[in-house]
Design a protein around this ligand. Structure first.
Ligand SMILES: *Cc1c(COP(=O)(O)O)cnc(C)c1O
Length: 411
């Protein structure tokens, strides 16, 4: 059945939410630190100082991108480590030998969900706040979930599977008032963390506007190097280190710094901010073009997550690069493999979930059945995506759906 569509001459990559290629300008910035400027930033000599200065410059650059102080940035090995440091860093900093209450949502990345399961195993109370059918955290439910024992709320900025953007600034504003009341009642402060790993390319990271105390960001999703990231830690916040040793990163994250990685991360974030506005506008148009084609195609294809082309969804609520569809009756993995055979790379949702055979937790959380969740596919666009390529993808995608449906009915 693939005869009609010989493999495309050019590969079309549509899995930018899982991994992005290293930007050539980022690579150029990193290069000296992979060879001649190899010094250990802790060394006193000139080679050491050169590396130390590069880190200071990167830290400054990042702080400008998120409107923080340079001293509020701690470099890590990526999104997962930043999130773990935030969660266990707060849990470990609680001095009294008491158990506390931690809140997150049902649509978080596994690095949050799994960490919360560990917290629960350690005797803390945990709550997972439900979302609406678009994956938007139910703000009223969140407000009702807090108790006098609540010390931590973690809500992702934008969802990696269905692209839903959460109203962080609104939550941040409410928490600020709530914390003032709690201080008067001598209740513990509620610390607000966000997993912002999908956000930097499209959304404002100003930590003051968002009202967050902790923010996790990684480099591998923004055309920077993999295994790089940082945690923003608001000044004055007490975080227990998760890695002990030489006392690097103010003692919060020991180990010789990944100098080329840190330089690359800062450079990648800088470009993400510069390109943010234009890239968001460009990709929103492509996203909604794809979605409109899908709506016209009568193949029982459903959009998962918010639909900004619909009057029922108000404002900007979906990542510009995300399209997540349920194709009833066809397994997502089957589609991904056939598309790949045609030279198109898509995903069944979270890269971490795929291969396990388990339906996506996020799709289940927004009310999809297991079979609908298993029949889902995510296209995530990026720098190289253009309308011409998207037209080819749409054509092949619809052709595959039609033919795979026929195969299914034959079986
Ligand atoms: C990719 C991702 C992570 C994990 O980041 P790593 O750098 O792979 O550890 C966490 N949260 C979200 C939302 C992500 O998309």
């Amino acid at each position: 059945m693939l005869n009609k569509f010989q493999k495309l001459k050019k590969n079309i990559y549509l899995d930018y939410a899982a991994a992005t290629p290293l930007d050539s300008k980022v690579q150029k910035a990193m290069k000296p630190f992979l060879s001649e400027a190899f010094g250990n930033p802790s060394s006193l000599h000139s080679k050491g100082r050169e590396a130390k200065q590069a880190i200071a410059k990167a830290r400054k650059k990042i702080s400008l991108s998120i409107n923080s102080k340079p001293s509020e940035i701690v470099f890590t090995s990526g999104g997962t480590e930043s999130v773990n440091l935030a969660i266990f860093g707060v849990a470990g900093s609680i001095k009294e030998n008491k158990k506390f209450h931690f809140i997150t949502s049902t649509v978080e990345h596994d690095c949050v969900i799994k960490s919360f399961e560990v917290l629960a195993g350690e005797g803390h109370k945990t709550s997972f706040v439900k979302t609406d059918k678009y994956g938007m955290v139910d703000f009223n439910k969140l407000k009702k979930t807090i108790t006098p024992q609540t010390v931590f709320i973690s809500i992702m900025y934008a969802n990696n599977e269905i692209g839903t953007i959460q109203p962080l600034a609104e939550i941040g504003k409410w928490l600020k008032l709530e914390n003032q009341k709690r201080a008067a009642e001598k209740l513990p402060k509620i610390i607000f963390h966000t997993d912002a790993c999908q956000a930097p390319g499209f959304l404002d990271l100003d930590v003051h506007k968002l009202g967050v105390d902790l923010m996790s960001v990684n480099g591998g999703k923004i055309y920077g190097p993999k295994q790089t990231g940082f945690l923003y830690i608001k000044e004055g916040l007490c975080i227990r280190p998760q890695i002990y040793g030489g006392g690097q990163e103010r003692g919060i994250r020991s180990g010789t710094e990944n100098v080329p990685g840190i330089v690359g991360l800062a450079s990648a974030l800088e470009f993400a901010c510069i390109n943010r506005k234009n890239e968001s506008t460009r990709l929103c148009l492509l996203r909604d073009y794809f979605i409109s084609k899908v709506k016209k195609y009568d193949g029982h294809i459903l959009l998962n997550g918010p639909d900004e082309t619909s009057s029922k969804v108000k404002g900007i609520t979906r990542l510009p690069n995300n399209i997540n569809l349920t194709v009833n009756g066809i397994e997502g993995e089957t589609l991904v493999l056939y598309l790949d055979a045609c030279g198109i790379q898509a995903s069944t949702g979270s890269a971490c979930e795929s291969g396990t055979g388990n339906p996506s937790k996020v799709l289940i959380a927004i009310g999809k059945s297991a079979s609908q969740a298993n029949s889902s596919i995510r296209f995530s666009m990026g720098k190289s995506t253009n309308k011409n390529d998207l037209n080819k993808v749409i054509k092949i995608f619809f052709y595959l759906i039609k033919n795979l449906k026929n195969i299914n009915t034959l079986l």
